[in-house]
Design a protein around this ligand. Structure first.
Ligand code: NOJ
Length: 539
């Protein structure tokens, strides 16, 4: 791999800034906290960090409601903290990807305040999607669109007009058919590129253009339009004209040295439509949520892997893999929670990290953190919670670093309580408790990331499936230099024979007593366990 193609096989660590490390003791994670933990991240062995929004925001949606795209929220620090953090990250060999939130602003953004103060039809309102309502006196919303967070996607303002918000009312959607909006965001990209960022994660990348005339969706099965996400085209997502935006962004990224990149958070009806976001004149990557949605079975994973690799072939770009993020219950819990869920999560991690393409890790997964299911309702801050009863707070609980009592070193001694409480049981999950314990999940991730870095086959190698017993996934990655690494994952509930001979490099659970796997003594792989083998001869 040439250095300039770093993103093609990078292990990217997602930092949910509010919950990573609190340096100033206000109970909220901050940029100085990230800076102080860069040695941890470097030693973990990741290549890049993706930071969730740290811009000035009223924090209605955890910072995905941006009031000033060029300012750091005081809770997270200031631009000097950002500059110091990125300088140290680069010195440590870590690239920095930042979130950009172009679909909507905060309702506290000066543009929206100006729109509210201005009259219907004004240029100020033209930056957003204001419309007259339907029905007598326009008292009905302009169409039947629903907010992703529940309820109608429209809110009425004092003079009787309505504005569109696909998310919370505090997140008004911008009008991307307005050239002023396009120019503003191109400038925002340049602002952060000038400060040295290596890439952008584009929030709701499929959402900026709405179908002309804002047509109704019509009746949908189950009544909730969100159920159609990724299954059917909605008039507010994945419209063809959205690609014009990325065709304008790409030359901006390309005009900077150092192979800057962008990854889309995009949902599309088919792999072919998702692939349209990627390519030399648009974006570099799109998240592959199918992997996160797969169940812990060989069939489910195999289907997603084959589909994703075929999709990547369509555009000649590597795919991405992700098991958890700040919007979904953590995969330990999705796979059954408790020791069984953790056992499976460890195997899934080795599967993901052995696949071609880049892997996005979510902070805390390297510690095997489960979802916190019993947060008191009054602590929950997800704006969807009051409307849908569902909340994403359980995967956003601050990282446990050290000590035996909450908040486990998240902030300095004597600081304010963390913004979300960690359960007392997390004393077993701290970085301190796991460091040096060869059986810990942290040491498993460290070992796997080290091998992934060191082995060209795992960075660039092609993937070839091997014959294996039912409910076993086995493939080999073969590098140009002749090296080959096999990954064997037993997804069944019974021990299986390993179908290939090689030297074990990393395993998600202890191997057989000898610890070695050879043709002469076919090794057995325990249930729901994964192993990487260095091959001398390919089976
Ligand atoms: C996707 C982000 O990941 C999520 O956290 C946020 O609520 C929505 N976009 C709206 O910005």
């Amino acid at each position: 791999m040439t250095d300039s193609l770093w993103w093609r096989s990078a292990a990217v660590y997602q930092v949910y800034v509010r919950s990573f490390a609190d340096c100033d003791g206000d109970g909220i994670g901050d940029l100085a906290g990230i800076r102080s933990r860069l040695p941890y991240l470097r030693d973990l062995g990741v290549d890049a960090l993706w930071l969730t929004p740290f811009y000035a925001s009223p924090m209605v949606d955890g910072g995905y409601d941006v009031a000033d795209y060029r300012r750091v929220d005081p809770a997270f620090g200031d631009l000097d903290d950002f500059d110091a953090m990125i300088a140290d990250a680069h010195a440590a060999g870590l690239r920095i990807i930042v979130d950009v939130v172009p679909n909507h602003t905060s309702s506290a953004h000066p543009w929206f305040l100006a729109a509210l103060a201005a009259a219907p039809g004004s240029t100020e309102r033209e930056r957003y999607l204001f419309r007259d309502g339907r029905g007598p006196d326009g008292a009905e919303p302009p169409n039947d669109w629903q907010s992703i967070f529940g309820g109608p996607a429209w809110t009425r303002v004092e003079d009787g007009q309505w504005y569109l918000h696909l998310f919370d009312p505090a997140q008004p959607d911008l009008n991307w058919r307005n050239p002023e909006v396009r120019a503003e965001f191109e400038d925002v990209l340049r602002f952060w590129l000038d400060r040295g960022v290596d890439g952008f994660r584009i929030d709701v990348a499929h959402g900026m253009i709405k179908a002309e005339g804002l047509p109704d969706v019509g009746p949908v099965p189950g009544g909730r339009q969100i159920g159609l996400l990724g299954k059917a085209r909605l008039p507010y997502f994945d419209q063809d004209e959205v690609h014009e935006i990325y065709r304008a962004w790409r030359p901006i990224l390309d005009s900077y040295p150092g192979d800057r990149m962008a990854v889309a958070e995009a949902w599309a009806e088919t792999p072919q439509r998702l692939a349209r976001y990627i390519g030399p004149d648009e974006l570099h990557q799109a998240f592959n949520f199918d992997f996160l949605d797969a169940t812990f079975t060989a069939d489910s994973f195999r289907k997603v892997i084959d589909g994703s690799l075929a999709e990547a072939d369509l555009v000649g770009a590597p795919t991405t893999w992700v098991l958890s993020n700040h919007d979904k219950p953590r995969h330990v819990t999705r796979y059954g929670d408790g020791p069984a869920g953790l056992h499976r999560a460890r195997a899934a991690a080795l599967l993901m990290l052995a696949l071609p393409g880049s892997a996005y890790l979510y902070q805390g997964e390297e510690l095997g953190l489960p979802e916190v299911l019993d947060l008191p309702d009054e602590c929950r801050q997800d704006p969807a919670f009051p409307r849908t009863g569902e909340s994403r707070d359980g995967c956003r609980v601050p990282v446990p670093w050290s000590g035996t009592a909450p908040p486990f070193g998240f902030g300095p001694e004597g600081g304010a309580p963390a913004w979300l409480p960690a359960p007392a049981t997390w004393r077993e999950y701290t970085v301190e408790a796991q460091t040096g314990d060869p059986g810990s999940t942290l040491e498993l991730y460290r070992a796997a990331l080290r091998v992934r870095r060191d082995q060209p086959a795992l960075r660039d190698g092609t993937l070839r499936w091997l014959e294996a017993e039912p409910d076993v996934l086995a493939f080999v990655r073969e590098g140009d230099d002749g090296s080959a690494i096999a990954c064997v994952v037993n997804l069944s509930g019974a021990p299986v024979t390993v179908p290939v001979a090689g030297r074990p490099l990393v395993a998600s659970a202890p191997l057989d007593a000898s610890g070695s796997v050879t043709h002469a003594t076919p090794a057995v792989l325990a249930p729901e366990t994964a192993v990487w083998l260095e091959l001398s001869s390919v089976g």
